[in-house]
Design a protein around this ligand. Structure first.
Ligand code: GLC
Length: 514
């Protein structure tokens, strides 16, 4: 494998809690994942990105990390993690770990020490502790999950948490914090991890004393780049390792700064994920993406889903197919069959574009968003912090269906979120041998992609209104019809997202040709 494997890789996102349960307690774990590595190798992906597996009180599904150098008992042990890394490598799969540098857990050793040491102590300097203002918080910042971003301790100090109160924000002005994370990266690189996904990467630098009318006081501050230059230096000492950043920024020019040659290797393309399935909008996002990445020599990434967003088959079945993190449009009417047809077409588009592709577990099964989870089972802090107005992200985190006719569908135990009974038609077992299933489409596409696609460039081809058509370096072409009428195809069809009556490409369908 070349050192730049990540440039054209297909990376499968594993949400460990919901992937497969090896010990029958209803929560996915490393044992379950190790058992299923042959499935992932057989699917044809190149790498796995694992959501946080660290010890955590799970106030935010593990994004509240209590110890960055260990594995949560509910998932397994550090020894099992090392075994998983070795087995994945033997199966030809690289491992990308999630590191959460913006905040910690209120149960981390550092935060406990800070609370114990009291106001004004050096221990508090690793976080953002402040005295209040006029009996209230130091400023009016709101948490991204809803409610105030400051919580008061009994000793009168307030601490900052851009997310839940259980997630105190680190102060990146503290040299301790800088050194700690360099050391954490080395800890995992030394254990064979191939890459790091950087959580909430644009938020690390903040200025709680900034004037309220100035620039955003905590998103994309210029100082954040110095942090990633440091991370890149650490990473460069380990050949073949990579950084991928979670950078949600509307401004492409600002986004591209994170991809300069001495910062991250790649970052998630959320503009593509957010984009409606409309030809002009998509073409614009693709062109802008290429225009910002190519001059930097950084490969674009193509992302349709992850553990924070509404599942594509649900989203694409709605009248408005765009996605907005701030407004999930939960419960908007959706046409399942249409959503599936479009999700299949979008998958062929994403997998044909030049660069790396991220898939989120269950996307390859065409799982819908579960929108009717019982309220008392919802675990996402967004649900409570929004005063029960936003149901949050649990609907895309329901445990995977593997086999059988009824829950737990081979997942193991009594799943921590209930699976809909009609998922019996969506299990891996049910789809495995069906050439028309979503799973077969993903497998076929990934096999072809390995041969003909990946890193490189694209050339747009002339096409009818509502149609996107482009050729890749290998000569393979991708045609996506988002118009109202079928269009003729020329060439040999290698793969199509749906039937092609009379050899024509119907609306909401994509094909790969040569
Ligand atoms: C990122 C994660 C999300 C998490 C948040 C806080 O956006 O993807 O799941 O809740 O960071 O860590």
């Amino acid at each position: 494998m070349p050192e730049t494997w990540w440039r054209g890789a297909v990376i499968y996102q594993v949400y460990p809690r919901s992937f497969a349960d090896g010990n029958g307690d209803g929560v996915g774990d490393l044992a379950g994942l190790r058992d299923r590595l042959p499935y992932l190798a057989g699917l044809g992906v190149d790498a796995l990105w694992l959501n946080p597996w660290y010890p955590s009180p799970m106030a935010d599904g593990g994004y509240d990390v209590a110890d960055y150098r260990d594995v949560a008992p509910v998932f397994g042990t550090l020894a099992e993690a090392e075994a998983l890394i070795a087995e994945a490598h033997a199966a030809g799969l690289r491992i990308i770990l999630d590191v959460v540098p913006n905040h910690s857990s209120h149960e981390s050793a550092w935060f406990r020490a800070a609370v114990a040491a009291g106001p004004g102590s050096p221990e508090r300097d690793r976080f953002w502790f402040r005295r209040g203002r006029d009996g209230g918080p130091p400023n009016d910042w709101q948490s991204i999950f809803g409610g105030p971003a400051w919580t008061r301790l009994p000793d009168g100090d307030w601490y900052l948490h851009l997310f839940a109160p259980e997630q105190p924000d680190f102060n990146w002005n503290s040299p301790d914090v800088v050194h700690e994370f360099h050391d954490v990266l080395r800890f995992w690189y030394d254990r064979g991890v191939d890459g790091i996904r950087i959580d909430s990467a644009a938020l690390l630098v903040k200025d709680p004393d900034a004037a309220p009318d100035g620039r955003d006081p905590y998103t994309d501050r210029d100082g954040v780049h110095e942090i990633y230059r440091g991370w890149r230096k650490v990473t460069d000492a380990y050949p073949g390792r990579m950084l991928v950043g979670e950078v949600w920024l509307p401004d492409q020019e600002r986004f591209a700064r994170y991809l300069r040659p001495d910062e991250m290797h790649t970052a998630f393309n959320f503009d593509f994920l957010n984009c409606a399935l409309e030809p002009d909008a998509l073409r614009k996002v693709i062109d802008t993406t290429l225009a910002t990445h190519v001059p930097l020599g950084a490969p674009p990434t193509w992302v349709l889903s992850n553990h924070d967003v509404v599942r594509p088959v649900t989203r694409y079945g709605r009248a408005d197919t765009s996605f907005d993190l701030q407004d999930r449009r939960h419960g908007a009417p959706t046409d399942r069959a249409l959503g599936v047809r479009r999700a299949r077409a979008a998958a062929l588009l994403a997998m044909a574009l030049p660069g790396a592709v991220y898939l989120y577990q269950g996307e390859e099964l065409g799982l819908p968003e579960v929108e009717d989870l019982p309220d008392d089972l919802r675990q996402d802090p967004i649900w409570t912090r929004s005063g029960h107005t936003d149901p949050g992200r649990d609907g895309c985190r329901v445990p995977l269906p593997w086999s059988g006719d009824e829950p737990p569908f081979g997942f193991g135990g009594d799943p921590w979120l209930p699976q809909p009974p009609d998922w019996k038609d969506l299990t891996v077992e049910a789809q495995d041998a069906d050439p028309g299933s979503m799973l077969s489409l993903y497998r076929d596409a990934l096999a072809l992609r390995r041969e003909h696609l990946g890193d490189g460039t694209l050339t747009w081809l002339p096409s009818a209104d509502g149609v996107l058509a482009f050729a890749r370096d290998s000569g393979l072409t991708c045609v996506l019809n988002l118009g109202d009428a079928p269009v003729p195809l020329t060439g040999e069809v290698l793969l199509a997202s749906g039937p092609l009556p009379d050899g024509q490409l119907p609306p909401d369908t994509a094909a790969w040709l040569r």
